[in-house]
Structures are given as C-alpha cells and as structure tokens.
Design a protein around this ligand. Sequence first.
Ligand SMILES: [Zn+2]
Length: 241
Amino acid sequence: MKLQMVGTGSISASERSACCLINEHILVDCGNGIVKTLQQQNVDVYSIDILLITHNHGDHMLDVPFLILIRSFIQVKNELKIYCPRGFKKVIYDLVNLVYNDIINEWDSMVEKARVTFAEFEELNVEDNYLIKSVLVDHGETKPCYGYMVSKDGKTIGISGDSTLCEGVEKLIQESDVSVLDCSFLSTGKSHMGLDTIVKLAQKYHKNIIPTHMNTEVREEALSLDLEELRVLSDGMFIEI
Ligand SMILES: [Zn+2]
C-alpha cells in the first residue's frame, strides 16, 4: 500500500492540515485547503472513492463542501463514499448554508450529481475493497472522534485522528504495520498526544510511527531525535507498506 502524507501540520504550522491518502483512493480527513493541496501534489482528486472523517473540527473537514462542489461540476466516473460520524451530513449542509447560501436549495441535487453518499456510523467494520475499521479515540470534549485502520493484502495502516493517549490508540498501533499518530505538542495533554508519548509508544511497540498534526517546534524536536521507529515526513512525502 502507498501512504501519502498530504498534510502533516497543526493549525499554527505552515504545513497543511493533517491528512493522508492511501493508494490514491482513500482520503483520511479533508480539512482547510486540502483539495488545492491534493492538486498541487498531482493527485487526481476525482479518483478518490472513499473519504474517512475522523471528527468535525475544521482542520479535518472544512474542505468537504469543495470536494463535493468540484465533483458536481463534471461528469464523475466513480462514486465517493464518505464514512463519517453520525450527524456529519447535516454539519456539511449547515456549513454550505452558511458560506454558499445561494446554492443551498440545489445542494441535495449537487451531492447526488457529484455521486457522493454519506455513510454515518457509530462503529465501522466494513469490507469495501479494503477492510476498514474504526477505533474510538479520546479527543477531550470533542465526541465522537475516530481513528481508522485500513487493511489490504495483509498490511494495515492505522490513523489516530486527533487523540490523547487512550486504549483506542494502543489498539490501533498493535494492529497496524504503520501508525500515523497525532503529535500536536511536546507534552501530551487532555485532547492531543505529545512527542513525549509518541517516543514512548515507538520504543514500546517497535513499530513504524509517523507523527502528524505537528507545529514547527514539535517537528524540529522530532527530527533531532533520530529514532529508527519514528518516521518524520513532510507534506507530499509517501512510503510504501
Ligand atoms: Zn481536532
């Protein structure tokens, strides 16, 4: 599997919002600026079949209306299924109502023309060309927040979404070959993991861990550690698993 780190930054970083792409087909989160970033990274945005949404924060979902809009402008070849927390379809509707009120009456038919469907779930365990499982994680007061495990041909990629250290994150690392983990700060807090925890997890599980959602200070510190298990990647870089 090919894992592309589309964005690896926190909201204060110059890097793009945390987002990754698996095999050019599965996008995990679609925060502010991601649709343009994908195009800058030469990704065919129209070939994305599956979008996995971790939670409703803007840096993880603000570009979803744009992804739907541009698909509605052309004759798309494929469907796009959005796996998302309950209520997400309404969140996107409300967002469009706020920022593109002039098209709100046509929105439902635009979604249909874009061949987009919303699959809202509480727990996900689905075979959709890939095996996709959700993991409940702990993002403080923001509930629900999910991580995902995506498997194909005996390999699994785990993505934590935003989370502090919790049972879900440890399960995700144990069951994945590579884990993309929230690493927002130097020290772990109530709603995000810090580099302190990420280093301990890398040493505990001896598995490849890719930190994401980093600010500049965290990125520089992570790069200086030179830990074998810690793969500090920049926007647009990818690895084969
Ligand atoms: Zn968040």
